[in-house]
Design a protein around this ligand. Structure first.
Ligand code: RP5
Length: 155
């Protein structure tokens, strides 16, 4: 099972690359694509409709502004969708956050913090780890190492 990482624009890549990096660190297979629900609507529909057949298990979708990409992705597939609100120039990402988090009942999107790409990947990993003992061990080791760093911090 792989993760599909989509984003509305190349301008989202600086944030979204952290999700790819985290998946790579855990050895999780992924695909990545710039795809827009409003600029490339037909291709978007095809891409999302084919996700499950491509072996995708979880979708991570980042978008800024009106940020309808994660919600539309969730509308097009019953795979779980994790949304990342991208910090926007005009409203600092509050627009993106509210757009993604306020999905109407029936089509959920698990919404991360503004620019929360690393956590999106970790959340996807925790879902994949439900069925993968090796991945669960890696996640436990990551948590342990993170805790040790905090405990060793001296001021
Ligand atoms: C959204 O509009 C993208 O997700 C991006 O965050 C925002 C701005 O896109 P660009 O104008 O930089 O391409 O679709």
């Amino acid at each position: 099972m792989k993760v599909s990482i989509i984003m509305g624009s190349k301008s989202d890549w600086d944030v979204m690359s952290a999700a790819c990096q985290t998946l790579e660190e855990f050895g999780v297979e992924y695909e990545k694509k710039v795809i827009s629900a409003h600029r490339t609507p037909e291709f978007f529909c095809e891409y999302m409709a084919g996700a499950r057949d491509r072996g995708v298990g979880i979708v991570i979708a980042g978008a800024g502004g009106a940020a309808h990409l994660p919600g539309m992705a969730a509308a097009m597939t019953s795979l779980p969708v994790i949304g990342i609100p991208i910090k926007s120039a005009a409203l600092n990402g509050l627009d993106s956050l509210l757009s993604i988090v306020q999905m109407p009942s029936g089509i959920p999107v698990a919404t991360m913090a503004i620019n929360g790409a690393k956590n999106a990947a970790l959340y996807a990993i925790s879902m994949l780890a439900l069925q993968d003992a090796g991945l669960a061990s890696k996640l436990e080791a990551f948590r342990k190492s993170q805790a040790e760093k905090v405990l060793q911090t001296e001021l």
